[in-house]
Design a protein around this ligand. Structure first.
Ligand code: ADP
Ligand code: MG
Length: 885
């Protein structure tokens, strides 16, 4: 028989469970037997697949071709095979590094996913525990509430106003009202959309609460049946990664075609320039082929894409340690451009540790009873309330007055309820009275409750509400709200018989019982974080369901606004046309008494004005605004699954300050990537210019193996280390970067250009000095001393230049931070360069010659020149920038 036809007792029996859930031992056994509750993912890439992907890179293919061809010719002409070895060594090393980097980056992303993994509340051994949803087994009893993603398939065994959205399975986006009663019938089948006492994995609870007993997990769920093997959402590449991959492709294509042309031209020249007998075609071919290869190796920025990937993945790991968990890699880049942070007040700016500190009422005991009964929080063994902070606060308050919640519920058992939602701003419960009859308690935002009251309590008597009294209660509300207190009102209503259904229509005709004000202290780190936002050109905007005066008081205290005209309420917002709102959006810093729908309007208005906007959210209804924001931020602690699932980033600590530190990190990462890019491209340019000029003049300045060495060692290592640079001192003192600017904006293009020329001129100078020393006169010929010196100068210049790149415009002598990675890569590069130049066997292999001490010193001196030259240019740049300002 199908689960939906069974009675509650029958389903529990069929799933081998009980009212109190499974024992952990039994759950463990079932987990071992049936496997985790998870949909199978698409195949992970294998090691072999990864190696293949590395080798099929055009660059690597060129190198392999070069190795094969020079191998054959060397074999035919009986020369040494050293070039072949060097090239193959580089290919192997490059592939190995590539594979390691890629696996590491993937592992970092995987670890983040793990951190954001869903959890469920289940009954195990008769107690409520939080477990990873992956550990659910058939028979587990799961507690569901608004905002939860349904973690497995299950049959409902209890249900309070439960509404579930099942669009993923049925395509129907209107939430379905659920029930816990057995469906009519014993046999046959009912379409999935009509099984109103079942809930399915992949749907979301949008209202109310309930409990289910799990009937299917993992691939046995309806979701598992549809999506037999879903490939997890592609880890999208960031805009920057896309741009760089494109740049690399364009450069590669360009260089390869230039190489083909050069190759063609040299063959043509061979035939046209009356072939000198003795120079045979094979030599010419080989010569021009190797030249083409050097050029290709010089110009293609192999390291570029890899460096960016590594820096990003290290960056997100670092961010997760600072409690910002990145769900979409693109967010890292966007974070750096953030201009507006729209943030919830409760829990994000404040601690969400509510304590009732004041009340205003006729009878405090009655008020406290009403509030505590109309709350889902319960006292634990230590006598502390647990649950939603607002609801816990009132239960603690009643307890302090000698009204413990458990005793209250014993006398007044709850028989019906309408859950709190931030749209209505009310919560209602219905209780049986010991003396017979029923009493309804409605609590919520004072303005809303007071509007629904027709009576009030005075000296134990119910009097009809008058306009004067209403104004008085509202002024009491304002008095409390002005002290930055969150205010809650309570009202009640008697029923002789239990109403068949309880609907928001019944939240009416109430007797006003009073008000309580609770403090919610501001988080300690927040004032400093707001200050930081200001300095960094980021505008914080506060959004809250709380009363206007409460919101204004806290916002003023935090420095988010300077005067009260900057506060607007949801009701006022409804009066303003979209156009007006968009034009004035900059004026408002605080939104009070808003409903979740307003948040979407706020985000859209800012975005409409071209601002990069971040938006936080926790409740189910916040999902649309989070989706619309440039950076949707979900709350790790109070957030619901539904909002977390659409967020770009999750705050593990719900803290506003974490957003700011994530922005800082985003800026740092982008800055560093730019430094790496500028460094890599300028050094590629210097290689291209050197080879090009040398070829034009008719000599060989560097061989492909030399260029390969420089690219692999003295370029890639420092470029990576630059990616790990700490943030520059002024990183949170400048305005956000313009998201529409390209990679070469902000002086990067110019830097690449002049620094490329600088290094190539120094290298050429080294070559000619070497030639002069070798031959005793200035000539334009091949020279071993020249080549060795050119190599030494170029590789050393790169190392020194990487130090220049620690700051784009600042003097490197003023940087206070240390970059040990850069220092380490410098030492390593020094040693490796020294080894290939001074160890005789390697020296021969690379085709170098032993140069004198003097030549060594000259080459080094030339290399060091990059530091004063770049310092000078930076000085001029700073001066001109200062003059402009
Ligand atoms: P916030 O954005 O500050 O979390 P909410 O929309 O959650 O605002 O709450 C708005 C108002 O509703 C609060 O000022 C309070 O008066 C009332 N309120 C909040 N939570 C509850 C609750 N659980 N039961 C009754 N009233 C509540
Ligand atoms: Mg709230």
């Amino acid at each position: 028989m199908k689960h939906y036809f069974m009675s509650t007792a029958e389903v529990l029996n069929a799933t081998g469970s009980s009212e109190g859930g499974l024992t952990s031992a039994e759950a463990g056994r079932r987990l071992g037997q049936n496997g985790p509750n998870r949909l199978e993912e698409g195949k992970k890439s294998t090691l072999f697949g990864r190696i293949l992907a590395q080798i099929s890179d055009p660059m690597v293919l060129v190198l392999i071709a070069a190795a094969v061809i020079s191998g054959i010719t060397a074999y035919l002409s009986g020369e040494s095979l050293s070039d072949v070895f060097i090239i193959l060594f580089v290919v192997v090393l490059n592939t190995a590094l590539g594979v390691i980097q890629e696996s590491k980056a993937e592992a970092a992303i995987e670890a983040l996913k793990e951190m954001a993994a869903a959890t469920s509340k289940v009954l195990r051994d008769g107690r409520v525990v939080h477990i990873k949803s992956e550990e659910l087994v058939v028979g587990d009893i799961v507690l569901l509430e608004a905002g939860d993603a349904v973690p497995a398939d299950g049959r409902l065994i209890s249900c309070f106003s439960l509404k579930v959205e099942e669009a993923a399975l049925t395509g129907e986006s209107v939430p379905v009202e659920k029930t816990d009663a057995a469906l009519d019938g014993r046999e046959g089948d009912i379409p999935l959309g009509d099984r109103v006492n079942m809930v399915y994995m992949g749907s979301a609870v949008v209202y109310g609460r309930g409990t289910m007993v799990v009937t299917a997990t993992g691939m046995n769920t309806e979701m598992g049946k549809i999506a037999h093997a879903i490939t997890t959402a592609q880890e999208g590449e960031t805009p920057l990664q896309k741009k760089l991959a494109q740049l690399s492709r364009i450069l590669t294509a360009l260089v390869l075609s230039i190489c083909v042309v050069m190759f063609g031209v040299s063959i043509l020249r061979h035939f046209l320039s009356s072939p000198v007998p003795g120079t045979d075609l094979l030599d010419t071919l080989l010569g021009s082929f190797m030249l083409a290869v050097s050029l290709a190796v010089a110009a293609i920025p192999e390291g570029l894409v890899a460096v960016v990937t590594i820096v990003l993945s290290i960056g997100v790991t670092k961010m997760s340690r600072r409690n910002a968990i990145i769900r979409k890699l693109t967010a890292v880049e966007t974070l750096g451009c953030t201009q507006i942070i729209c943030t919830d007040k409760t829990g994000t700016l404040t601690q969400n540790r509510m304590t009732v500190v004041e009340s205003s009422c006729g009878d405090e005991k009655l008020l406290a009873t009403s509030l505590a009964l109309c709350s889902d929080a319960e006292l634990n063994e230590e006598g502390q309330a647990e649950g939603d902070p607002t609801q816990a606060a009132v239960v603690n308050y009643a307890n302090r007055l000698g009204l413990p919640k458990n005793e209250l519920t014993k006398n007044y058992p709850r028989v019906a309820e309408i859950p709190f939602d931030s749209g209505r701003k009310l919560m209602t419960t219905l209780h049986q009275k010991p003396e017979g009859g029923y009493i309804q308690h409605t609590t919520g935002a004072p303005d809303v409750v007071i509007a629904k009251c027709t009576g009030y309590l005075e000296n134990g008597q119910v009097l009809p509400m008058t306009e004067d009294k209403r104004q008085f209660f509202l002024s009491e509300n304002k008095r409390l709200a002005d002290k930055a207190l969150r205010v809650l009102a309570a009202g009640c209503r008697n029923w002789d018989t239990q109403p068949a259904t309880l609907t928001p229509e019944d939240e009416n005709d109430l007797v006003f019982l009073g008000l309580v004000g609770m403090i919610d202290p501001v988080r300690e780190e927040v004032p400093a974080a707001i200050e930081q936002c200001r300095a960094a050109g980021i505008r914080p905007v506060m959004i809250t369901g709380d009363h206007k005066d409460t919101a204004a008081a806290i916002a003023m205290q935090l420095g988010i606004i300077t005067d009260r005209s900057q506060v607007i309420t949801g009701a006022m917002l409804d009066e303003i046309s979209d156009e007006d709102f968009i034009n004035n959006v900059e004026h408002y810093g605080v939104y009070a008494r808003v409903k979740p729908e307003h948040k979407t309007r706020i985000v859209n208005a800012w975005r409409n004005r071209g601002y990069i906007t971040a938006m936080t959210g926790d409740g189910v209804n916040d999902a649309p605004s989070i989706k619309n924001a440039d950076i949707g931020i979900g709350m790790g602690i109070t957030g619901t699954d539904v909002t977390k699932n659409v967020a770009d980033m999750i705050l593990a600590d719900d803290n506003f300050a974490t957003i700011v530190s994530a922005v800082e990190e985003g800026r740092r990462i982008y800055d560093n990537i730019r430094k790496s890019i500028q460094f890599l491209l300028s050094s590629n340019l210097s290689e291209v210019i050197s080879i090009f000029l040398a070829t034009l003049l008719g000599f060989t300045i560097l061989k492909p193996a030399h260029i390969l060495f420089i690219n692999l060692i003295t370029d890639s290592l420092p470029a990576l280390a630059l990616g790990l640079e700490k943030g520059e001192a002024d990183i949170m003192k400048r305005n956000p970067r313009n998201p529409r600017e390209g990679i070469f904006a902000g002086g990067v293009g110019f830097g690449v250009f002049y620094q490329g020329i600088m290094v190539s001129l120094l290298t050429l100078a080294a070559y000619f000095i070497g030639e002069r020393i070798e031959n005793g006169e200035w000539r334009i010929v091949n020279s071993d001393d020249g080549m060795t010196m050119a190599f030494l100068t170029m590789s050393m210049a790169e190392i020194f230049h990487s130090y220049n790149m620690r700051s784009q415009y600042g003097s490197i002598f003023r940087i206070k931070s240390h970059n040990f990675y850069l220092f380490g890569s410098m030492i390593l590069s020094f040693i490796l360069t020294a080894v290939v130049i001074y160890v005789p066997f390697l020296r021969d292999m690379f085709g170098f010659t032993a140069i004198s001490f003097k030549e060594n010193m000259i080459a080094l001196a030339l290399a060091i020149l990059v530091i004063p030259i770049v310092e000078l240019v930076k000085l001029v740049q700073r001066r001109t920038a200062a003059k402009k300002a």
